[in-house]
Design a protein around this ligand. Structure first.
Ligand SMILES: Cc1cc2nc3c(=O)[nH]c(=O)nc-3n(C[C@H](O)[C@H](O)[C@H](O)COP(=O)(O)OP(=O)(O)OC[C@H]3O[C@@H](n4cnc5c(N)ncnc54)[C@H](O)[C@@H]3O)c2cc1C
Length: 385
């Protein structure tokens, strides 16, 4: 299938790298719920994960559209960037709000892959989407913050050296708004012992290296506070447009993969003496999935255009993420149906990709929360919560 292609050279290089990691590689990891270390190392060495780090700090200094092309291409080639996409954009909090010393200390090592910043810890078991209600606290004690609390669904912590942690530094009853009094700490997990930072893996329906974390008087040097104390929520929000755009790109890649697989199979598979895709009952769902993917892709393109023009495309980035996640899920469902029984067979990879792409209806932000953002901030409807 021919698509309008941005960054053809980058796409070609990514596709070439992905060819070394075929379905069999991912199937084996999926069975064992193991981390794709070789794949992530190859992407790191090729410089793809440092795309958004400026050249002055050793990165490739590429645009968000180049980063989106990298992630889309990974998914379009049947691979999964969820194991490492955070290395690409989590450093944005440090880049935008960190001190010169912090940036010079960490960014070049993150760019080279010597330091892995794959973990980003916001969600908690009791607060869920209501971030302002989070309960993990950091109290100043001399030159350190002392962290106590719990996080859940924090991905890649066991494959990361550093972690961006959002925690409360001013008690809830002493702030005007519940999103005030939160701060961002850069935690060097290599320095933590098992008691002060306990990590428990969570097995999930897809292979996703996600974990639960327990903080018991974990000491984090105060010099690792990013930006000003109490302004952490704003810092985390400032990275959301980039995250939405990049996740949308992954979903577009997934949708294209499902559509291509369905078209190939629909042409080849003969039942009642003709290709199944000759039946409109089979070809229309494929065409519908294509239409959904293309409209999501256009919204993504618009979000990227505005982002690169220096604007704040909250509406477009959120819509792109929601539409792309819906498109990839619709394409996944269609692809299983087109394959009949074979859609359920492990060796076809479709059931695996189906499980993997389901996540994006819920994380990193659920569809309802995007609809709530659009209702309140775009349509000016009454605030719901
Ligand atoms: C595999 C995986 C990896 C993840 N990785 C990370 C990570 O690395 N770091 C991190 O910080 N988090 C991570 N998350 C957490 C993820 O961001 C959250 O699961 C997600 O934001 C939803 O929060 P929740 O699970 O607490 O759901 P809840 O907040 O409990 O919501 C449950 C459901 O109710 C809906 N809902 C809640 N409130 C409302 C409302 N007011 N109106 C309408 N609907 C509502 C939600 O849309 C959702 O569908 C991950 C999650 C998963 C499953």
């Amino acid at each position: 299938m021919k698509y309008e292609q941005t960054h053809p050279d980058i796409r070609e290089a990514v596709a070439k790298l992905c060819a070394d990691y075929p379905g069999a590689y991912w199937r084996k990891l999926d069975r064992e719920q193991a981390y794709p270390t070789k794949f992530v190392t190859a992407l790191t060495k090729a410089g793809f994960l440092s795309a958004l780090i400026p050249e002055t700090f050793g990165g490739s200094g590429l645009t968000i559209s180049a980063a989106a092309a990298i992630l889309e291409e990974i998914h379009l080639n049947g691979c999964n960037a969820a194991a490492c996409h955070a290395q690409m954009y989590t450093m944005g909090t440090l880049l935008r709000h960190g001190s010169d010393v912090q940036k010079e200390t960490y960014l070049p090592q993150i760019a080279s892959g010597d330091l892995r910043l794959q973990a980003f810890a916001v969600t908690e078991p009791t607060s869920g989407t209501d971030t302002g209600a989070l309960r993990t606290v950091a109290k100043r004690d001399g030159d350190d913050f002392v962290v106590n609390g719990q996080k859940i669904w924090i991905s890649r912590t066991q494959h990361s050296d550093l972690m961006i942690l959002l925690c409360r530094t001013t008690p809830l009853d002493q702030v005007a708004k519940k999103t005030h009094g939160l701060s961002v700490l850069l935690v060097d997990m290599r320095e933590a012992d098992e008691k002060s930072l306990h990590i428990r893996p969570i097995r999930t329906m897809m292979n996703h290296a996600t974990t639960e974390m327990f903080f018991d008087n974990l000491r984090v040097p105060a010099k690792n506070l990013i930006g000003e104390e109490g302004k952490g929520f704003r810092y985390i929000l400032s990275g959301m447009n980039a995250e939405r755009i990049l996740i949308a790109a992954e979903c577009i890649g997934d949708a294209k993969w499902f559509i291509e697989r369905a078209c190939d199979y629909g042409r080849d598979r003969k039942v009642f003496g003709r290709p199944i895709a000759q039946n409109q009952g089979v070809q229309f769902p494929i065409a519908q999935a294509y239409a959904k993917m293309r409209s999501a892709e256009l919204m993504l393109k618009e979000a990227i255009r505005l982002y690169e023009a220096g604007e704040n495309p909250g509406e477009e980035a959120n819509l792109a993420k929601m539409l792309a996640a819906d498109a990839s899920w619709a394409a996944a469902e269609m692809c299983v149906q087109t394959h009949g029984g074979f859609g359920f067979a492990e060796e076809y990879d479709i059931e695996r990709k189906f499980r993997e792409t389901r996540l994006y209806q819920v994380a990193p932000i659920s569809t309802n929360l995007i609809l709530s953002y659009i209702s309140e901030h775009v349509l000016d409807l009454p605030r719901s919560f």
